[in-house]
Design a protein around this ligand. Structure first.
Ligand code: C2E
Ligand code: CA
Ligand code: CA
Length: 581
């Protein structure tokens, strides 16, 4: 006979219980049960216990057979206590309770005896733990998974796929049809500009819009997560066929086809993506995420829109690591040199300066291009010692030319500064010291910077540029036209020269659009009171065309390739310049 059911069904049974006054005084739901060795029956209970337990006696968790088993477990326990958790109630009334059973009186060998039951409601505690767990796994702005949540969700899917390769995970597509997955690491291009120019509220709104478009484009069972400020991660299942991956990428790209209509403005955004694929049976899914992120990093560095992680990327990463180690040693060993390329006045055709360009003559591998080692130096922080060395070396060379000619040459030295130097080094102090030790005046130095130096941290950049101007140096914007070309920002900065990127100059003759761009840049520079230098002039025809457009200075193989210090000096001597007083 079932004691609890009898209590519930029959009022007389309930009346049998004599609630003891001390049970009623307890702040907890409590009851006394008695076991006669064969079965258990409730002897007394307080109101709170009655409400929770008796009203839900139909539930298996409070089924007397379970109660009997738990009492036996309590007896098996030397302490005389046993605790377990039960779910009682349905829907919103569902609560989680800790049930604690304590044997009353002395322990005997058999189960016969009295037991105290107490219930404590753990629902709020469990829920807040669950909320905390959820919060830890999701991004508070978009509600998407964050990195931790993303990894957990992937893990869950992979475990399921391994256990049930043929089963639908309640989602499309079935694991068997899509035994592979791709991780797409996606970064919004120029997001920081939106944040800076439009404010963080607009930035947040944009992120939300991107998150919702991304979520709408993936299939059920795929995952969208937000990794960091403007980086998203996608987990998408596929068949392993290249064309299917391409289709997925295309689908993601189309969400950037239409502008994002936000409450105050409409913004056209672009994204850069890195992709890595693996089989669902992979052991280390986190490696795949890392590979996608590496591919993204490479895509950004090479200004590509999409880049697949492949062995090539891996080989490159190894090569770069090796290169970094060697570059560090080369800097110490003095294996780096500067080459000097003449800068020519397009009116008079006379040299008016040189651009110092770093050269690395590797003892085994021969010359390594700065296009290859400068990015390595930038990524590793080696750009700081390298940049210091280049600045000092260039200044010392100019001073030595002056000395050789017996007076001050009417030429300037251009030195490249990378964006990372802006972020990492104290440039004003460095330039000040270099001027003092070399003895050359500030106005004979032109510092070439790129737009990325300015837009990563505009306030800091503006401060540094003004400090550099305070030392009388000239400032040139390098590779103009390839970056953000944010004219409004340029106007506020003390830039003296715009260097028109080689890509526009080289194609000018064949491409009317490029001519239009060059013309626009020159007229813009004139309006802003800046001078212009055209890079990459390889023919006489180009030099004339540029002079006709009003470009002030030129540089290129037509005049001279980058020369070593001695050849550069010979070039100067041949030009027969008049020394400055
Ligand atoms: P950049 O500042 O745009 O330098 C001009 C590049 O164009 C140089 O390549 C130069 O050799 C090349 N060039 C000049 N005239 C012509 C031409 O008529 N035709 C062609 N096809 N190319 C021409 P280089 O020396 O390989 O330097 C590449 C880049 O490496 C530089 O681009 C600069 O961004 C970076 N770099 C070089 N030295 C340094 C340095 O000391 N510090 C920093 N931060 N960057 C450097
Ligand atoms: Ca340059
Ligand atoms: Ca350049």
């Amino acid at each position: 006979m079932n004691a609890i059911r009898s209590i519930r069904r029959n009022g007389n049974a309930l009346a049998e219980i004599q609630p003891q006054s001390w049970l009623d005084a307890l702040p907890l739901a409590a009851a006394i049960a008695e076991h006669d060795g064969r079965r258990v029956s409730m002897r007394a209970m307080n109101k709170a216990f009655e409400r929770i337990w008796v009203d839900n006696a139909f539930q298996t968790s409070v089924d007397p057979r379970n109660v009997d088993r738990n009492i036996r477990l309590c007896c098996a326990n030397e302490s005389g206590h046993f605790a377990y958790r039960v779910l009682i109630g349905k829907g919103v009334h569902r609560h989680q309770y800790d049930v604690r059973i304590s044997r009353m009186g002395t322990m005997v060998d058999n189960v016969a005896g009295a037991y105290m039951f107490t219930l404590s409601d753990k629902t709020a505690e469990v829920e807040s733990l669950e909320n905390l767990h959820r919060e830890m796994r999701s991004d508070s702005l978009t509600g998407l998974a964050n990195r931790t949540g993303f990894e957990e969700e992937i893990e869950r899917r992979l475990i399921f796929a391994k256990a049930e390769p043929d089963v639908l995970d309640g989602d499309d597509p079935p694991n068997a049809a899509s035994p592979h997955f791709a991780i797409i690491a996606l970064d919004l291009a120029r997001f920081s500009q939106v944040n800076q120019c439009q404010g963080e509220v607009v930035g947040d709104e944009l992120l939300l819009a991107v998150a919702s478009r991304l979520s709408a484009t993936v299939r059920r069972g795929d995952i969208v997560a937000r990794q960091g400020s403007d980086e998203f991660l996608l987990f998408v299942r596929h068949s392993g066929e290249a064309h299917e991956i391409d289709a997925i990428i295309q689908r993601v790209q189309t969400i950037f086809d239409t502008p994002f209509r936000l409450s105050s403005i409409e913004i056209q955004m672009d994204a850069v993506m890195g992709i890595a694929s693996a089989a669902l049976s992979v052991d280390q899914p986190n490696d795949v995420i890392g590979h996608a992120q590496l591919a993204l990093k490479r895509a950004k560095a090479r200004r590509k829109v999409v880049m697949h992680y492949s062995d090539e990327v891996l080989v490159n990463a190894r090569r770069r690591f090796l290169l970094e180690t060697e570059l560090r040693a080369a800097l110490k060993a003095g294996e780096l040199e500067l080459a000097y390329q003449p800068l020519i006045d397009l009116d008079s055709n006379a040299p008016i300066g040189f651009e110092a360009l770093a050269r690395w003559n590797h003892p085994d591998r021969g010359p390594i291009s700065p296009v290859e080692f400068i990015p390595v130096a930038e990524e590793s922080g080696l750009i700081v010692p390298l940049g210091r060395w280049a600045l000092r070396q260039a200044a010392m060379t100019l001073a030595s030319w002056d000395q050789h000619m017996g007076g001050i040459l009417p030429v300037r030295m251009n030195v490249n500064l990378s964006a990372e130097q802006f972020a990492l080094d104290d440039l004003a102090t460095l330039v000040g010291e270099t001027l003092t030790t070399s003895g050359i005046k500030g106005d004979r130095l032109t510092l070439e910077l790129t737009e990325s130096a300015i837009f990563t941290d505009p306030d800091r950049a503006a401060r540094i540029l003004h400090e550099l101007k305070g030392l009388d140096t000239h400032l040139a914007m390098d590779d103009f036209g390839t970056g953000y070309s944010n004219l409004a920002a340029l106007q506020r900065l003390p830039i003296d020269i715009l260097k028109i990127d080689r890509s526009f100059v080289t194609e000018m003759m064949a491409n009317a659009d490029k001519t239009a761009i060059v013309r626009a840049v020159i007229s813009l520079a004139t309006t802003l009171g800046m001078k212009t230098t055209a890079e990459g002039i390889e023919t006489d025809e180009l030099s004339r065309a540029l002079a006709a457009l009003g470009c002030d200075m030129g540089q290129g193989y037509f005049y001279a390739r980058p020369l070593d210090s001695l050849a550069a000096l010979a070039f100067l001597e041949k030009a027969k310049l008049t020394l400055l007083p």
